[in-house]
Structure formats: structure tokens, C-alpha cells
Design a protein around this ligand. Structure first.
Ligand SMILES: *[C@@H]1O[C@H](CO)[C@@H](O)[C@H](O)[C@H]1NC(C)=O
Ligand SMILES: *[C@@H]1O[C@H](CO)[C@@H](O)[C@H](O)[C@H]1NC(C)=O
Ligand SMILES: *[C@@H]1O[C@H](CO)[C@@H](O)[C@H](O)[C@H]1NC(C)=O
Ligand SMILES: *[C@@H]1O[C@H](CO)[C@@H](O)[C@H](O)[C@H]1NC(C)=O
Ligand SMILES: *[C@@H]1O[C@H](CO)[C@@H](O)[C@H](O)[C@H]1NC(C)=O
Ligand SMILES: *[C@@H]1O[C@H](CO)[C@@H](O)[C@H](O)[C@H]1NC(C)=O
Length: 364
């Protein structure tokens, strides 16, 4: 029998904390083609493996790549600049395992709890052992590329979630951190889709300072998580807006050309969309380099968005889990099981599975 803890410490949600630094919308971002397979429409997202030279096109060496990026910036017209963003998703964490274990339909109900007595997935879940190994394996991969003149990131940014900071640390520690070559910086804007499950509620700044005493925080980093709410979920538009905010931030304040960011799947999709990249979903622990061009555009009038208010224009209610869940297919292992979730003493919401269809293995 699972026992669920419903204890959630909640604070008022708002995205307006990002508003203070909101600027630079007179610029256009695009992806420079010809460098990486991930940015090529002909590359199959499902079969792509970042372990293969991080997707660098076969007709390029890292030495040539580095030179061509330097040339692009050296010869850029006024108002044009280029950066290479090494975007990384965190390794597998416990909420990823729990989501797979319960399946998407049930996860809507379970995700607002902290765990099930077997796994703890919130707040701020840790990496699983598999997630740690994947990040350590990334470190081996990067070390193998350094001998090929791979341009190391000159700046490192992390989402303020443990799964991202740990992934960044295990990947880059002895390459760039232990030597003092670079100091990672926590950025709130890199956090995952705001709201919903407890895996998106972060711990406070004091915890991060204790875990990573040598790391820095961006200016005005909020001590507590003031944005999370279990009652709403950030929309794709919100994620893209934050992606745009992040790009403006690094292009306007970061001098380095080669920049690493370690964050999450959904905010990654938002950053890619804001950069004009094609849709590209990253597996856990994946790292993909992106060559991003910024053009100042005085004629470009962005849509003005009013971000005041809660839940605001960029959120959608999360509490609207369906009151019944029905299936047309089930994994074979669950096919003959009838689920009844709550109400019971564990405090689970009432969920009735109305239709259980025996799964027919594979061929339709
Ligand atoms: C390298 O290969 C990519 C992908 O096939 C192509 O888009 C690009 O033009 C090629 N670059 C050169 C210099 O041949
Ligand atoms: C890739 O595909 C998208 C959507 O189909 C299209 O808008 C874009 O122009 C394509 N990019 C290139 C470089 O062909
Ligand atoms: C570990 O890295 C190697 C080389 O980069 C790669 O071939 C392998 O698939 C990786 N293993 C895992 C479990 O990710
Ligand atoms: C506990 O979680 C693991 C996945 O991490 C799963 O394989 C196992 O079946 C779960 N055990 C119970 C009793 O739910
Ligand atoms: C950071 O990585 C190093 C090297 O793998 C490891 O020794 C250290 O324990 C890690 N720190 C944390 C907080 O996980
Ligand atoms: C953070 O939250 C705790 C617990 O609610 C509260 O006691 C503390 O005053 C908050 N700190 C700040 C800086 O807001």
C-alpha cells in the first residue's frame, strides 16, 4: 500500500519577478545552419545521439568550428552577434522514473504529492543513480573531445534545481570547475515549467549555497521559490517568453561566446523556439550545441505582454485532471489490472478508471 504525503508549502505564484530585467525585444534570433545535425531538418530527432561528437557535422572539425564562429563575430555587421549555447538537460531524476512508472494519465494525480513511500519525487527531486552515471559519462565524452580542440564553454549557467546543478557538476567538475576555470551561476529563468507537480517546487537559496558553496547566483536571485503553485501550469507561450528572456539576458550581459546552460526539457523547448530552432526534444542528460545569431532590429515591434497578475496570461489550471481516466491501450504489463485510486486514508484524489481495455500486443 502506498502512503502519500500531501504536505505542500505553498507561496503565491507570479511570473512578474522576471519583469524587472525584461528588455531587448527589438532583436531577432535565428539558428545558423550548417554546423550541427540537430539543427538540420533532415536529422531524425528519435535516432539522433549526442554522444556522436555532440552532433557536429561530419565535414567539420572542432578547430574549424571554433574558427568559423570567431570569424562570424569578427565580420558581423553592426548589431549582429553570434553565440554558441551548449544546452544540456539534467540526467534522469526521480520524478522522471515516477512519471514513467505511473504513466502520463495517472501522473496528473500523483505528481502533486511528494512521493509514494517508495520514491520521493518532490520537492526538488534528486538524480537517480542512472542520472548520475549519465552525467559522469558526459564528462568522459567532453574530455575525449578536448583533444580535438573542442571549444570549452567559458560560462556555465544552471537552473536552481538540484537535478540540474548536480548534472552540471558531474559533467564539468574536473574539466572546468575544480581548476577555477569557471564558476557556475544559478539563474531562476532556467527553472522548469512553473507550477503543477512538486518536482517543480525548488528549495531555497541557503540549500543551494550549502550544496555548492563556490557557485554564484545571478543578481536578485529570490531566496524562496515564489513562483510555484500546484494550481496552475505555465503554458508553452510562457516557456517561450522565458526562453526569449534568457537569450536577451545572455546576449546582452554575457561577454563569452561559448556558453553552457544546464536545465530542463520544457524550458529547453522554450529556449529553442525563442532561438528559431526546430522542435527538438532532448533525452535526459543530452547536451546539444546551438549556433544562435542575434540581429538588432529597430523596426521589430514585439507584442507587449502584461505579465502582472496571477496566474497571468501564461498559465493554465493544473487542477483540471480528468475526474475519470479511460484507456484505449495499456502497457501489456498492466493490461488485466483494474485500478481504483482513492478516496482512501492516504489522501489521494478520487480517480475512477472507467474503461480498462486489454492490451493487444504490438501489431494492430
Ligand atoms: C557540411 O555539411 C552540412 C550538412 O550536410 C552542410 O549543410 C554544409 O553546407 C556543409 N559545409 C561545407 C563547408 O561543406
Ligand atoms: C525546417 O523546417 C521548417 C518547418 O518545416 C521550415 O520552416 C524551415 O525553413 C526549415 N529550415 C531549413 C533550414 O530548411
Ligand atoms: C557513454 O558515453 C559513450 C561515449 O560518449 C557512449 O557511446 C555511450 O552510449 C554512453 N553510455 C550511456 C549509458 O549513455
Ligand atoms: C518502486 O519503484 C520502482 C521504480 O523506481 C519500481 O520498479 C517498483 O516496482 C516500485 N515498488 C513499489 C512497491 O511500488
Ligand atoms: C561534484 O562532482 C565531484 C566530481 O564528480 C564530486 O566529487 C562531488 O561530490 C560533486 N558534488 C556534489 C554536491 O554532488
Ligand atoms: C522564506 O520562506 C520561509 C518559510 O516560509 C520564511 O520563514 C522566510 O522568511 C522566507 N525568506 C524570505 C527571504 O522571504
Amino acid at each position: 500500500m502506498v502512503s502519500l504525503s500531501a504536505a505542500l508549502l505553498l507561496t503565491v505564484s507570479t511570473v512578474s519577478a522576471f519583469k524587472a530585467g525584461f528588455s531587448g525585444h527589438s532583436a531577432k534570433y535565428s539558428i545558423v545552419p550548417g554546423f550541427f545535425k540537430q539543427s538540420d531538418n533532415n536529422t531524425n530527432v528519435k535516432t539522433f545521439d549526442y554522444h556522436d561528437n555532440l552532433g557536429l557535422n561530419d565535414n567539420l572539425t572542432w578547430t574549424e568550428f571554433k574558427q568559423q564562429i570567431e570569424d562570424l563575430n569578427a565580420n558581423a555587421e553592426l548589431g549582429v552577434s553570434y553565440k554558441v549555447l551548449y544546452y544540456g538537460r539534467h540526467g534522469e531524476a526521480w520524478h522522471n522514473v515516477a512519471n514513467d512508472f505511473y504513466g502520463d494519465s495517472f501522473w496528473c494525480y500523483y505528481s502533486v504529492f511528494n512521493g509514494d513511500g517508495n520514491m520521493t519525487w518532490g520537492p526538488d527531486p534528486n538524480l537517480t543513480p542512472k542520472g548520475v552515471s549519465a552525467a559522469q559519462n558526459n564528462s568522459v565524452l567532453i574530455k575525449s573531445l578536448i583533444k580535438d580542440d573542442f571549444p570549452l564553454p567559458q560560462a556555465f549557467y544552471s537552473s536552481p534545481f538540484t537535478r540540474c546543478a548536480d548534472t552540471l557538476n558531474y559533467t564539468w567538475y574536473d574539466i572546468a570547475l575544480a581548476t577555477g576555470y569557471a564558476t557556475p551561476v544559478f539563474k531562476e529563468v532556467l527553472r522548469e515549467q512553473i507550477g503543477g507537480g512538486t518536482s517543480e517546487l525548488r528549495r531555497d537559496r541557503a540549500y543551494l549555497e550549502e550544496r555548492y558553496p563556490a557557485w554564484d547566483f545571478e543578481a536578485n536571485f529570490p531566496f524562496n521559490d515564489t513562483m510555484y503553485s500546484p494550481e496552475w501550469d505555465e503554458t508553452n507561450a510562457g516557456l517561450q517568453w522565458r526562453g526569449r528572456f534568457f537569450l536577451d539576458d545572455i546576449f546582452q550581459t554575457e561577454e563569452s561566446t561559448f556558453i553552457s546552460a544546464t536545465a530542463h526539457g520544457a524550458i529547453g523547448a522554450g529556449i529553442l523556439a525563442a532561438a528559431g530552432h526546430r522542435k527538438f526534444s532532448l533525452s535526459t542528460a543530452a547536451i546539444i550545441p546551438l549556433v544562435i545569431k542575434r540581429e538588432e532590429r529597430l523596426d521589430f515591434t514585439p507584442v507587449q505582454l502584461d505579465l502582472e497578475g496571477t496566474p497571468g496570461p501564461f498559465s493554465t489550471p493544473y487542477t483540471s485532471c480528468p475526474s475519470t481516466v479511460s484507456y484505449t491501450t495499456l502497457p501489456e504489463s498492466l493490461a488485466s489490472t483494474v485500478y481504483t485510486l482513492g478516496p482512501d486514508t492516504t489522501g489521494l484524489p478520487v480517480v475512477t478508471v472507467t474503461t480498462v481495455v486489454t492490451a493487444t500486443p504490438t501489431s494492430a
